[in-house]
Every structure is written in structure tokens, then in C-alpha cells.
Design a binder for this molecule. Sequence first.
Ligand code: TGC
Ligand code: FAD
Length: 387
Amino acid sequence: MIHPLELTNFDSLLSDDEQLLKNTVRDFADRELRPNIQDWFEQGTLPAKELGLKFGELGALGMHLEGYECPGMSAVEYGLACMEIEAVDSGLRSFVSVQGSLAMYAIYRWGSEEQKQKYLPGMAKGELIGCFGLTEPDAGSDPASMKTRATRDGDEWVLNGAKMWITNSPVADVAVVWARTDEGFAGFIVEKGTPGFTAPEIHRKLSLRASITGEIVLDNCRVPEENRLPEVHSLRGPLTCLNEARYGIIWGAIGSARDALETTIDYVHERQVFGKSLSAFQLTQAKLADMAVELNKSTLLALQIGRIKDSGKAAPHQISTGKLNSTRAALDIVRQCRTMLGASGVTLEYSPLRHANNLESVLTYEGTAEMHQLIIGKALTDEEAFR
Ligand code: TGC
Ligand code: FAD
């Protein structure tokens, strides 16, 4: 019996260092994450502070960034880490994505040297938790319509507005907040405790329950000019960060699908129906074969995009290609897996339905499937059809 990814000898495409990294993160996930995930998901929470320190020790936060006490790994290594973490739960990969690819990357790419020195080492260690506030109640897919405004007042900026669906905002020490100004768009680093900044938690989610989600409310919140990201003048600022997080999702979603398929293969061997193993029926094998083929195609696509990214040439539409494919393929696989577990598939004892619920968020955040179709469509036609 072979593992599904042996259909294309996926591991043979990885270097020794990449294999080692993958195995290290998988061991960490088995030891620190997998034993707790059912409880975290059921309780709808996460021990964010404790987990941040553990991810920091592992080197998973800002993993692909150079300097400032970040590990400086390759894009492929970062992707493999996302895959192993999301094989446990999308909420855990989200924690890593938001910290490293969104909050830290925003400072790394667009911040001043002082800002990088001040925040990045603590964030890499998980001592400071970051969040990234772009989406608003009335501006999700279209961030250009954001209402949050920053007005200059001497050496300070006054922020007013509201952000919605912000991963980790209730527990964040540092929020990167995007706002409209008279000159265009700008990004600000807002520290926890700044007067006028609050971050109430959003409850009763049916998806990504092992992740803390909140709002950000800015009510005459004053931040010094030194907290503005000096290099940002347009939406290119936040959208560049999204490329990084979308890249991690390409690999992460495949992790969920792989875990669901592994769970299902184990289950159909054990489950007896009509006098023999569920695995011995042709219909079962056809489903497993189709899912394994899709998993392999998606994994190979992720690796190719990772190699392009490591060459420094990944274009946004290439990242959209991977994000669109991985999230849709993963959802199809985990839903099919759920059906094959019968009634057992609706409990927390087995991962497929938990992954399916999570992947509904993953399909929506970091650009919905439709946004990625439109980004690819624009690249193919030179016609913009967003508006
Ligand atoms: P548009 O006029 O096309 O561009 C504005 C400026 O941005 C530049 N640009 C990009 N730069 C880097 N990377 C990209 N992917 C870029 N896309 C555009 C562009 O060159 C231009 O630069 P400049 O300097 O000339 O001004 O912008 P638009 O308003 O037409 O919007 C395009 C669209 C719809 C593709 C964009 O708004 C979009 O991607 N919308 C989706 C929003 C989204 O994905 N939000 C995610 C929020 S964060 C989140 O969900 C975290 S989830 C937690 C987790 O990750 O786990
Ligand atoms: P809308 O933009 O209102 O879209 C609704 C529907 O309309 C979608 O199907 C969409 O594809 C479709 N649609 C929109 N425009 C078009 C069009 N032009 N053509 C055709 N169809 C269209 N955001 C952050 O900034 N930071 C975070 O940390 C963060 N974390 C999140 C965590 C979770 C659990 C979730 C669920 C979301 C998170 N988000 C975060 C927000 C996320 O990025 C947005 O939900 C997403 O961008 C979609 O925006 P929306 O929900 O406003 O949907």
C-alpha cells in the first residue's frame, strides 16, 4: 500500500533540507498541535500567547524573511511548513500566515529600519502577536472602497474607522492597520493599549474555530508619524502582503486535503460493510483514486509556484492560480472524504468535516475564488472585470 503522494513520487522533488524541514514541522505538529486540536476547535479558541512562543521556537514565524532574527528559509520550505501545520487545522496555519506573511511582512517590506528593529525580532520569537487590518464591514473584496481614514495632525495621525474579521486582533500586541489619507492609502502600526483602539472578539463562528477573530475599532486613535509605514502610498502596500499569505495558503489547503484523505484511507480499511472492508469496493476505490490524483496535481502545482517564488519571479496571477486551485480542490476532497466516513464523519473524532468547515473560510479569505478568477482573467485578456 502506498501513500497517495507516492503516485507522483512527490518527496523525490524535494532537497534534503526541504525534507528535513517538512519532517521537523510534522513532528512538532504531532507533538504540540494534533493532540489538542479537537478541544480548541470545540471550545472555539486557541491559547494564542503560548502557541505563539512555541511557533517562534520552531522558527515558523516570519520563516521566509531574512535578518531581524527571522529564519531566512526558502519559499518552498515555508510552504511545506504551512502544509504540515494546516494538515492539523487551517486555524493554526492562519496564525502563522497572519503573523509572518501579513503583519511581519508589512513591516519587513514597507517599514523603516527603526520599525523593523523594534518589532520584527519579538514577532519572530512569538513574544509579540501581530494582526493585519484591511477588511472592513463594507469593504472586503474591494479594499479600495475602505472608509477608515487617517488625518494628519502635526506629528501625529488620527485614525477613525472599523475593521472586521481580523485574525488575532483581540490578542494582538501590534496591529498593522490600513487607512485612506488625503494622499492615497497608508499603513500604520498601532500598539495594543493605544487610546481609541479596541478589538472585540467575534464569536459563534462555524468555521476556523481554532482561531481568534475580531474587529478593530478606531475612535480618534492617535499614532505618531514614526508608526506610519513610510514606503506605502497606494494599495500596492497591503496587496503585496496578500501575495505572501496567499502563497502559504496554496500549500496549507493541500495539507488539509492530505490529512482528510489519509484519515479516510485508514477508515475504509477498518470499516466493514456488506460483509467486507469498505476499501474493497470498486466505488470506494474510484473515489480514492480520483481524490489522490487531484491531491497530486495540486501538490505539484504548489511546488512549481514555490520554485517560481524562490526564483524571485512569482507574479500575482500565478499565486492566484495556486490559491484558487488548492482551496477548491481541497474542499472537494474533504467533502468527499466526509461522506465516506458515514455518520462517523459528522463528529470531531475525524478530521474531514472540521477541515471542510475551515476551508469555507480559506476559500473566502485572502481573496475569494471569484477574485482569483478575475485576477487570472485579467492576466489572460488584459481586460479588468472587477468593476
Ligand atoms: P488595482 O488598481 O489593481 O491595484 C492597486 C495597486 O496595487 C497594485 N497591485 C498589487 N501589488 C502587489 N500585489 C498584488 N497582488 C497586487 N494587485 C494590485 C497595483 O499595481 C496598483 O499599484 P499602484 O502602485 O499603481 O497604485 O486595485 P483594485 O482596487 O482594482 O483591486 C484589485 C483586486 C480586486 C484584485 C484587489 O483589491 C484584491 O485582491 N481584493 C481581494 C481582497 C483580499 O484578498 N483581502 C484579504 C484581506 S487579508 C485576509 O483575508 C487575511 S485571512 C487570514 C489568513 O491569511 O490566514
Ligand atoms: P464580499 O466582498 O462582500 O463578497 C461577497 C461575495 O461576492 C463573494 O462570493 C465574492 O466573491 C463576491 N464578489 C465580490 N465582488 C465581486 C465581483 N466583482 N464579481 C463577482 N463576485 C464578486 N481580513 C483582514 O483584513 N485580515 C484578517 O486577518 C482577516 N481574517 C479573516 C479570518 C476569517 C475567519 C474570515 C472569514 C475572514 C477574514 N478576513 C480578514 C476577511 C476576508 O479577507 C474577507 O472576508 C474577504 O476578502 C471577502 O470579503 P467579504 O467577506 O466582505 O465578502
